[in-house]
Write a protein that binds this ligand. Structure first.
Ligand code: S3P
Length: 180
């Protein structure tokens, strides 16, 4: 059985909530990439983006991803992890070694609505100040269009989550683990 499950998807796709629930059911450790990054940088990701910029954040993100890639656990990835080719290679290599790399796919309207409920948390969406719904939607559409092929390139499993609850996403993942 695979020893690492990576949960990948856009901001607001439910990675953290699914990771918590799945890790509890499997009795596996939960590895929250953004949480580990914040522990390393000593401040929130939003603040780090504002003070150091995205490129620096991506460097730390790759370091932290490298350090967890072979650990047993349910890894909740940040939504931008697959934007870096080095990170895509890490995920593809992990998949080749038996990891599940699951893309939690969600429609852009659902994503934009969830993101709007947590203003100030997503520097790539509202880093310059709070956006209205229309501007948030435009930004989500734009980023999602760029990232969708990258998520699909890295994933060995895709789950359409729009009509699913967190427990049913977990059940779906567990059933796919049984198949391998
Ligand atoms: C990012 C997503 C965030 C966080 C950072 C960048 C992105 O994580 O890593 O703000 O580029 O999509 P979540 O997907 O957990 O919000």
């Amino acid at each position: 059985m695979s020893k690492t499950i990576f949960l990948m998807g856009f901001m607001g796709s439910g990675k953290s909530a699914v990771a918590r629930s799945l890790a509890r059911r499997l009795r596996w450790p939960i590895i929250d990439l953004d949480g580990l990054i914040e522990a390393r940088i000593g401040c929130s990701i939003a603040r780090y983006f504002a003070t150091h910029g995205e490129a620096k954040f991506r460097e730390v993100e790759t370091e932290v991803l490298t350090s967890v890639a072979r650990k047993q656990g349910v890894v909740s990835l940040g939504g931008g992890v697959p934007t870096q080719s080095v990170n895509r290679e890490i995920l593809l290599q992990a998949a080749a070694e038996g990891a599940l790399v699951i893309y939690l796919r969600a429609g852009s309207e659902i994503l934009a609505e969830r993101i709007r409920r947590q203003p100030g948390k997503r520097p790539l969406i509202d880093g310059d100040g709070e956006l209205d719904m229309e501007a948030t939607q435009r930004r989500v559409n734009e980023l999602l269009a760029q990232r969708e092929p990258l998520y699909m390139e890295c994933a060995n499993n895709v789950i359409e989550t729009d009509s699913l609850t967190i427990p049913s996403v977990c059940r779906e993942i567990l059933s796919r683990m049984d198949e391998i």
